[in-house]
Design a protein around this ligand. Structure first.
Ligand code: XMP
Length: 504
């Protein structure tokens, strides 16, 4: 699909978020490296993101300014992007000795199009150290902060700069500012998921060209949407689901039933014994992950046999994280998605990644457009290594059974009380220690169970959920009464960061 709004990434931690917000406002947006500007085609708007560097550095990331001007489209520079525009147009950017991070106040001076209907004063979110100290002739100051420094400038008819981040929710009028910017952009039809779905189906037809496609499914949202998309595109798809023995209670059967409901035949490969044997005696988290990862690949590809085409559920954040910032998060996901066999197939042009343009919430919207039921689309995420990341220390069949029972009660109670849909992910872990308790007048040493429930946007950060106490009490009572070998139930009240969502 043609990019409407191109976001040029200067390395800000919020660059992805700009793309998301623009798409939420109905325009199809993608993230590009600065050197890709000339390859985009004809975007109807360009946003230059913020970034950690100083435009005054000799090797600072640049922009092909003549090309940008030649596009004759509205340009919005955010922080670094604003300073870059200012400098290119003949203004001065000075290094500050102090930095400004966090909340500030914006006072609007000139309600031209960019700040139309924006409340004043309003809270904005800053993250910069350099400042524009002189600006090109003809520049209009649209807003300033409490100290009187400009935070929004109009350089000319098409170029605007803002010193704050409109994409973060802490900027009260951020969406309004972005909406105003988009109102200046020539609209060639708003981005709709139905239209996008059709474009995807057309491109799948071209790529697949009648070949048989192998697809791994886990029952999670991404792989389910992928399988349904391929199925509805009329592709001959061979879905394989590997049961590594680390699934939740009844999950293997549920996955099978779920795909039956969707009209798709799957091969369920029960390899649980192989996995549990390989994990016996292993207590180091990374070692466990490696064993599971390697064995999963062996089992999956042995079963798949000769592959004509392979479909993979890579999402847009994975693609742009590995293409741009190279953050830790991307290393984790890259490790999961780009295994050797897949790289081999990729080199032969046999891999398709139809969801690679989409954010998680857009995958759900695509699923909805494909007619998939909400209970599949709104399932909580579940990690590839399954319950292994929820049993710190050695994994044994006994511990897995205990955890499965406790988890089933937790999830069922969350569903029954209506909390499940208000939570982004709920998980249950079993701690590798036994604590003292009293059962039937005797002291008993048994396992503690930890419950966790978080809200999050794509797992980058997370906050714990304040579940109603009466519901917590029911869950705790049921686990303590119904699950053998458990005498303590804890609730994890840690944010991410510093804690992660999973315990291992
Ligand atoms: P953390 O624990 O890193 O989790 O805050 C963030 C999200 O990723 C999931 N997760 C994994 N998914 N393989 C996966 O496929 C893994 O090794 C893995 N570890 C964590 C986790 O469930 C959460 O949704």
């Amino acid at each position: 699909m043609q990019t409407q709004i191109a976001v040029i990434d200067y390395g800000s931690q919020y660059s992805q978020l700009i793309v998301r917000r623009i798409r939420e406002l109905g325009y199809f947006s993608r993230l590009y490296r600065p050197d890709e500007l000339t390859t985009i085609g004809s975007p109807t708007g360009v946003i230059l993101s913020g970034g950690p560097r100083s435009v005054t550095d000799t090797d600072a990331p640049d922009v092909d300014f003549d090309f940008l001007v030649g596009l004759k489209v509205p340009v919005l520079g955010i922080c670094y992007g604003m300073q870059l525009l200012n400098r290119k147009l003949g203004g001065v950017v000075s290094k500050s000795t102090t930095s400004e991070y966090g909340p500030a106040e914006m006072v609007v001076e000139n309600r031209n199009t960019l700040l139309e209907n924006v409340r004043s004063p309003s809270r904005i979110w800053m993250s910069h150290s350099d400042t524009c100290t002189q600006w090109p002739e003809g520049t209009e100051i649209l807003a300033h902060n409490k100290e009187g420094q400009p935070v929004a400038l109009q350089f000319n008819d098409l170029m605007y700069g803002i010193q704050f981040h409109p994409e973060v929710t802490h900027t009260e009028e951020g969406t309004g500012v972005l909406r105003n910017y988009l109102s200046m952009v020539e609209e060639d039809g708003l981005f709709s998921m139905d239209q996008f779905k059709q474009a995807l189906i057309d491109s799948i037809h071209k790529q697949v060209a009648g070949k048989k496609v192998v697809c791994g499914v886990s029952g999670g949202v991404d792989s389910s949407v992928l399988a349904v998309l391929l199925h509805q595109a009329g592709v001959d798809v061979h879905c394989i689901s590997v049961d590594h023995g680390l699934l939740r209670k009844g999950e293997a059967d549920e996955v099978k039933a779920q795909f039956e409901e969707l009209g798709i035949q799957i091969d369920l490969v029960d390899a649980s014994e192989r996995f549990l044997n390989a994990l016996a005696g292993v207590d180091q988290p990374e070692e466990k992950r490696k064993i599971i990862g390697r064995l999963f690949i062996d089992v999956f590809w042995d079963h798949a046999g000769e592959v004509e085409m392979f479909a993979q559920g890579t999402l847009y954040p994975d693609v742009i994280e590995s293409a741009t910032s190279g953050s830790d998060a991307s290393t984790i996901k890259t490790h999961h998605n780009r295994v050797e066999k897949v790289l081999e197939l990729q080199a032969e042009g046999k891999v398709i990644e139809p969801l690679a343009e989409l954010f998680k919430d857009e995958v759900r919207a695509l699923g909805k457009s494909l007619g998939m039921p909400p209970h599949i689309l709104w399932r909580h995420p579940f990690p590839g290594p399954g319950l292994a990341v929820r049993v710190p220390g050695e994994i044994t069949p006994e511990k897995l059974d205990i955890l499965r029972e406790a988890d089933a009660i937790y999830i069922q109670e969350l569903r029954d009380s209506g909390w499940y849909d208000r939570i982004w992910q709920a998980c249950t872990s079993l701690l590798p220690c036994k604590t003292v308790g009293v059962k039937g007048d005797v002291r008993a040493y048994e396992y503690p169970i930890v419950l966790r429930a978080v809200i999050s946007e794509d797992a980058m950060t997370a906050d714990w959920v304040e579940i109603e106490h009466a519901v917590m009490r029911t869950i705790s009572n049921r686990i303590l009464n119904e699950v053998k070998h458990v005498n303590r139930v804890l609730y994890d009240i840690s944010t991410k960061p510093p804690a992660s969502i999973e315990w291992e």
